[in-house]
Design a protein around this ligand. Structure first.
Ligand code: URA
Length: 223
């Protein structure tokens, strides 16, 4: 495989891992709680469910939902907090200044959004004025991210920033105390790092974030 990659042939030849088969929209509509229905959805139904979701109050105040972007069979799943103003306008996660930094860091690893990387947020709707998400909003939106994880079957989740880290790991611990270890979210290995927006304000911590990415790459390589 490595030989093929070096010859530039791999993308043509690679057979992706088997993914959870999608269920029909009709099937998704019948029976069970919202969580149970979401848990059976394939990509088309999940995307439709997110864009039509009014389970919390956020949808009323945002321009559009921001589902996620990238390779739907990626090894890497990057998870941030919630869309900001630019993401709300464009419908894609991490497209503002923080997103540019994230893209540069991915490029340094030989990765890109859409190439073995999927990027999503805990919340799919922008909180007004970029306020912190509320627990009820997280609870309503959590099944969407969980289903994304089940469909992608990533080898690793990279949780970026205090909010995503503390939400996914259900802890109040600091990022500093959680770095450099492999945690888990629903059975998927999870590594924590700083949020790119934080790194823009705290440039010296970029070296730590780079170390986190290298640690994540090593974790994937050993899985
Ligand atoms: N911050 C996030 O956590 N997610 C985005 O998509 C953009 C900024």
């Amino acid at each position: 495989m490595r030989v093929l990659e070096e010859m530039g042939l791999a993308p043509v030849w690679v057979l992706r891992r088997k993914k959870t088969p999608p269920v029909s929209a009709k099937d998704a509509e019948t029976g069970g709680s919202r969580e149970e229905q979401v848990a059976r959805m394939g990509w088309p139904e999940l995307k439709a469910a997110v864009s039509g979701c009014t389970a919390c109050g956020l949808r009323a105040g945002c321009t559009q939902t921001v589902f996620g972007v990238g390779d739907e069979a990626a090894d890497w799943l990057l998870v941030g907090e919630a869309p900001g103003a630019e993401e709300d306008r464009l419908g894609e996660p991490f497209v503002g200044q923080a997103g540019k930094l994230l893209d540069n860091m991915l490029a340094a690893l030989g990765l890109a959004r859409g190439r073995n990387v999927y990027i999503a947020n805990v919340l799919k709707c922008r909180p007004p004025g970029n306020r912190n998400p509320e627990p009820g909003e997280v609870a309503q939106c959590a099944p969407h991210l969980l289903r994304q994880i089940e469909l992608i079957q990533p080898k690793l989740i990279l949780a970026m920033g205090r909010f995503a880290v503390q939400t996914l790991l259900n802890t109040d611990a600091t990022i500093g105390s959680l770095r450099g270890k492999v945690h888990a979210y629903h059975g998927v290995p999870l590594v924590v790092t700083y949020h790119p927006a934080y790194l823009l304000r705290n440039l010296p911590d970029k070296a730590k974030a780079w170390a986190d990415l290298v640690f994540a790459r090593k974790t994937i390589a050993g899985s």
